[in-house]
Design a protein around this ligand. Structure first.
Ligand code: PLP
Length: 466
């Protein structure tokens, strides 16, 4: 059973009784009026959340859950960080909003702090409202800079829900939105566990994936390709860390053919993998970096594009044809300043790295030894995927690509009833707590997962008794 509050008061000061009452009304109104993302509306039974604090959230009945999803992998500093809440309150009292053409101190300081952390000469920042529009604008910049149109991205990827971003996306959410005229071409990236290249090791996978990409470029026509967009570490698609040499090889191909390298750091950035940006693992400098989520832990919507000097100069004399009413919104950028400052002051990036190396990595690998349903564990920092299979030899996934299954539904239900909220996609569970998760919380989450995985094991060829 999940932990119930002893004193019947939630961390936000609500009594359990009023939280339940408010939650009930909120649920009824939600079902009457709120139209949810990516869903068949009549089939939904969404969870009510009454309170959040640190690594925990409380549901409508006052049950406490360890939030190892970080929601949509965005609350990188946990919930309700007091310094960021205070910064938003102070900014609201000082100046709520101002049009993007004016100068504002919160926006200027946020841009400086981001530019200070990006690699190379990515020193200018164009602010957006989230990750999808960051990718829209990055692609627009690349197209205008190169005078070319086509964009290459990998199949196992997610880049956002707007028109260009969903067409960049490789996962099945693209299919109903894809009319085949977006100018995007998809390729296979490296993924040794399910290697499309029949590789035996990471070295082969890296070389073969690069050869495949090189051939694709040659056959698509290098002079027609504006950009390659890659998540530095693909997130929703499965946290597949690129093998040594791959990202450097992509950089080389981009340089050879005058293609812009766009690194999507929307999920992988701001400490998630134990570095400020995941591209830092590979010693590679992209031309553009897109970010959102962790930049201010999602407390106020914010995203953006970090731009290198060569591309920025394209728009020195020629106007950039794009903008947003809320570009660099003061509440969002004040939250970014406070978030980045808190991450720095409290050593959260270092903590994420240490938790990955000392607790989550070894802990999840230990679970893989005991549970036949685990096919592979992979990740870094606080960014881990557990690949679930019904048969380790055939690697048959516990849910089909693009779908779910009774086994995954049962496993997720079991996690939740025991007090753990992981991120889930198809046949995978992602363990993605905040960067400031404590060692004891990380152990607590692993212990719950250990118990819950017995359910998944019962669906494997080893675990089944029928
Ligand atoms: N890019 C990546 C890698 C993402 O994971 C996401 C969202 O999950 C996006 C882009 C889209 O961001 P948003 O939902 O803020 O538009």
């Amino acid at each position: 059973m999940t932990a119930q509050l002893d004193n019947q008061i939630l961390p936000n000061g609500l009594s359990l009784e009023s939280a339940r009452e408010q939650g009930k009304r909120a649920y009824e109104l939600d079902r009457a009026h709120v139209f949810h993302s990516w869903s068949a509306q009549a089939k939904l039974t969404p969870m009510t959340v009454s309170a959040t604090r640190g690594s925990y959230i409380w549901d409508g009945d006052g049950n406490r859950l360890l939030d190892f999803s970080s929601q949509l992998v965005n609350t990188n500093i946990g919930h309700q960080h007091p310094a960021v809440v205070a910064a938003i309150q102070e900014q609201a009292a000082k100046l709520c909003t101002i049009a993007p053409q004016h100068v504002n101190d919160a926006r200027s300081e946020a841009a400086r702090l981001i530019a200070e952390r990006t690699p190379g000469d990515l020193n200018k920042v164009f602010f957006t409202n989230g990750g999808a529009d960051a990718n829209e604008h990055a692609v627009r910049m690349a197209r205008l800079h190169t005078g070319r149109y086509k964009v290459l991205t990998r199949y196992r990827s997610y880049h956002g829900g707007t028109d260009t971003a969903i067409n960049l996306t490789g996962d099945p959410r693209r299919w109903p939105n894809d009319y085949g005229n977006s100018g995007t071409v998809h390729f296979f990236g490296p993924f040794l566990y399910r290697s499309p290249f029949h590789s035996a090791n990471e070295h082969e996978e890296s070389e073969r994936a690069l050869e495949h990409l090189h051939n694709l470029i040659r056959f698509e026509g290098p002079s027609s390709i504006a950009a390659i967009v890659l998540e530095s570490i693909p997130g929703t698609a499965g946290i597949m860390i690129p093998p040594p040499g791959y990202m450097a090889g992509v950089r080389e191909l981009c340089d050879k053919y005058g293609i812009i390298f766009i690194a999507d750091e929307v999920m992988a950035g701001f400490g998630r993998s134990g570095r400020w940006f995941s591209i830092d693992h590979f010693d590679v400098t992209p031309d553009l970096i897109t970010f959102a989520k962790g930049v201010n832990s999602g407390y106020v919507p914010l995203g953006g594009v970090a731009i290198n000097s060569r591309i920025a100069e394209t728009f020195d004399e020629r106007p950039y044809p794009g903008g947003l009413t809320y570009s660099g919104h003061p509440l969002a950028t004040a939250a970014a300043v406070a978030t980045i400052t808190a991450m720095e002051d409290e050593h959260m990036v270092e903590n994420a790295r240490a938790i990955g190396e000392a607790v989550l990595g070894p802990g999840l690998r230990g679970l893989a030894e005991r549970h036949p349903s685990i096919g592979e564990v992979r990740g870094a920092g606080v960014f881990w995927a557990v690949e679930l299979v019904s048969d380790r030899t055939t690697k048959a996934p516990l849910a089909p690509y693009g779908g779910t299954s009774p086994a995954m539904t049962a496993l997720l239900g079991e996690c939740k009833s025991r007090g753990l909220l992981p991120f889930a996609n198809f046949n995978r569970i992602h363990i993605v707590p905040p960067c400031n998760v404590s060692e004891s919380e990380a152990h607590e989450g692993l212990a719950i997962l250990d118990e819950a995985l017995n359910i998944a094991d019962s669906f494997t060829s080893v675990g089944r008794t029928d």
